[in-house]
Design a protein around this ligand. Sequence first.
Ligand code: PGA
Length: 249
Amino acid sequence: MISRQKMVFGNWKMNLNKNEAEILSKEINEGINASDVKVVVFPSFPYYDHVATIAQRFSVGVQNFYPTENGAFTGEVSVNQVKNLGAEFALVGHSERRSIFNETHSFLKKKVDAAINFGITPVFCCGEPFDIRNASEEYTYVLKQLEESLFHLDNKTIQQCIIAYEPVWAIGTGLTATIDQAEEMHSTIRKWIAEHYNQECADTISILYGGSCNAANAKELFSCPNVDGGLIGGASLKSDSFLSIIHSF
Ligand code: PGA
């Protein structure tokens, strides 16, 4: 069980070559000055091991995996291979996987279950596109994503998960949710968990914000009572901005 804690996660997506990943990892190692913040980076698969051997003051997770142990799935990396690499964290449900790679609610549910079965913490991403927010349907939309793929877990298992709220309209766009928008969504999710699971679960699960979170807005976002940290894309690719976000609490 991972208690609710301050977290800053860096999703490097399909960026950086081996040398760049090495330099960035070393700079993060040297620059972290906050023992109470859990830092995890998610590099591309080919550099996972290399980054993991450098990582001393942060952990390394995977951006993706296939929810079957082995078999004829050309090009995929299985959940047990990921476990074998030593990954403790895996992104599940990122909007790019949903929209570009057509990952459905039911497939994401399989990924959540596979991660849990292998002792990997799913970092479950959810978030509404712009037209849904425009139609004021964001709470229904996000809760449905969670209900379809994550909230089937029992009281004990749900506490092993991390949730990342990432409004799709804010990812990579430079638009950020206001602190009111972020706090309202995070508190709605936490309230749902308290009502449908129990207060202990609601108090245990960390909920991160993602979507153009950067060195300039992290402090404000992290000051929201229900925002436990951030899942950072673009601003995690440079050590100065990523470290500044880590030190924003
Ligand atoms: P961004 O990406 O910080 O570049 O908006 C966040 C994410 O996709 O996790």
